[in-house]
Design a protein around this ligand. Structure first.
Ligand code: HPA
Length: 284
């Protein structure tokens, strides 16, 4: 069933967009503006795509944008499906699987996340080097469809090393160029590396939970990305994950966490973030 659902969605998308899809991008909360970068865009609302759920979260537009960025064929998900919305994991994974069926080789997953690391303040970006799945469920639970991938997929290297290197090089280049042109922003220092811990949400964590996840080795917490990363690796796609750090974990800063603040921080780093994504897509 899972493969057929992805094939049906892919057929519909192909009927609207004839170009190649080489790289897929999933934009997290507050990061949707990057979709404006797509040249000759074809926009398809999720509600038109067979099997796609509707995005109910404020800050997620709920459409797929297909086109070209710097000569590379892209499918950009402006808004994603979250487990906390009540979506089944099959629905959360469907867009990624659809991109796989459409022929995508790489996927860039982005999100807004809380920092557990005092050296990584809000406004930082974090390259995801590994993850902890603490959502309480594995998205691949259930019958395996061998057309998608193996029953027991290896997760030793979920996040592609070459794509990570390309991201770090892009950050260094942008930093150098900005420095040379007299602009002060040091993207080099903004881009960190770390382990992303996925929780089911929708509550933010308690301070006690944050202390627990810090002890477990997490650097950032969020409510997405891991199911999509697992679905993408299952299909053999190369995965890059980038978190936009919007706040410190509960109890770390003396401030409460609210969604508006999460969205505002996303908007604040949007320019850096967009430039970084653009270079990763065109240079890796
Ligand atoms: N916790 C979980 N998810 C989040 C957070 C957080 O602190 N910030 C943004 N998404």
């Amino acid at each position: 069933m899972s493969y057929e659902n992805a094939a049906r969605a892919a057929d519909y998308i192909r009927s609207k967009y004839a170009g190649d899809v080489e790289t897929a991008v999933v934009l997290g909360s507050g990061l949707g503006a990057f979709a404006e970068t797509v040249e000759n865009p074809v926009r398809i609302p999720y509600e038109d795509i067979p099997g796609f759920a509707r995005s109910t979260v404020h800050g997620h537009a709920g459409q797929l944008v297909l086109g070209v960025i710097g000569g590379v064929g892209v499918a950009v998900q402006q808004g994603r499906f979250h487990y906390y919305e009540g979506c089944e994991m099959q629905q959360v994974m469907l867009p990624v699987r659809t991109f796989g069926v459409l022929g995508a080789k790489r996927i860039i997953l982005t999100n807004a996340a809380g920092s557990l690391n005092t050296d990584m303040p809000p406004g930082s970006l974090m390259l995801i080097t590994d993850h902890l799945n603490m959502m309480g469920v594995n998205p691949l639970r259930g019958p395996n469809d061998d057309r998608l991938g193996p029953r027991f997929p290896d997760m030793t290297e979920v996040y592609d090393r070459e794509m990570q290197s390309a991201a770090e090089k892009a950050a260094t280049d942008i930093s150098r160029e900005r420095h040379e042109s007299g602009r002060d922003a040091e993207l080099q220092d903004i881009l960190h590396r770390g382990t992303y811990c996925a929780l089911s949400g929708p509550t933010y964590e308690t301070p006690a939970e944050i202390r627990l996840y810090r002890k477990l080795g997490a650097d950032a917490v969020g409510m997405s990305t891991v199911p999509e990363a697992i679905a993408a690796r299952h299909m053999g796609l190369r995965v890059l994950g980038i978190s936009c750090i919007t706040n410190f974990g509960a109890g770390m800063s003396g401030q409460n966490i609210d969604h508006e603040e999460v969205m505002e921080t996303g908007a604040r780093v949007a320019e850096f973030f967009g430039e970084l994504l653009l270079r990763i897509i065109t240079n890796s």
